[in-house]
Ligand binder design. Structure first.
Ligand SMILES: Cc1ncc(COP(=O)(O)O)c(C=O)c1O
Length: 165
């Protein structure tokens, strides 16, 4: 499981497990503030070209990229790398979304429980890991890619917002 902006940290984590059918691969995209303000291109994009790649793109009818939103700047991108489009189309990986507030809550929880301040990008994957852990129960193994640290996210009231949830 890994967050997906353009998809580089996720593809790096997934590569080792591509041929292992027992391992589920889950990409976690930015759900932003909901249906119209997100950056979930693997989950909601359509085939198109952005920055020279044919992939899944959030785009309008003319093929222009749509505005996106995420509390995590690194996820705020209207497409994914073509490897993810392939994995999504083949069903080898699944792609889910986590909204801003849930990612902030997961970042705060990780900082409090583990003493690790995750990047807000990574916190999207952590939030989904929490949901999945509750479904799978004890004995399941979850591997979450922490793509970066959140020191740079500590300014302002960002994590304080997570604490209120
Ligand atoms: C810490 C961190 N994680 C994840 C990402 C998302 O990028 P990618 O999906 O390409 O790994 C970024 C992008 O800037 C980032 O800074």
């Amino acid at each position: 499981m890994a967050c997906v902006g353009g998809g580089s940290n996720a593809i790096g984590a997934f590569t080792a497990f591509l041929d292992d059918a027992l391992v589920r691969l889950v990409g976690v995209e930015a759900g932003g503030t909901g249906r119209q303000r997100h950056a979930a291109a693997a989950g909601h994009g359509t085939p198109g070209v952005l920055h020279g790649s044919f992939s899944l793109v959030l785009q309008d009818g003319d093929g222009q990229p749509l505005p996106t939103h995420s509390v995590a700047a690194g996820l705020d991108y209207p497409a994914v790398g073509p490897e993810h489009a392939l994995l999504a189309t083949r069903g080898r990986a699944t792609y889910v979304s986590v909204e801003d507030d849930d990612a902030l809550a997961a970042a705060t929880r990780c900082a409090r429980l583990e003493g690790i301040v995750p990047a807000l990008e990574s916190a999207h994957a952590l939030a989904h890991a929490g949901r999945l852990a509750a479904q799978l129960g004890a004995g399941a193994h979850l591997l979450v890619c922490l793509s970066g640290s959140g020191d740079h996210d500590l300014y302002g009231d960002v994590l304080a917002r997570g604490e209120s949830r």
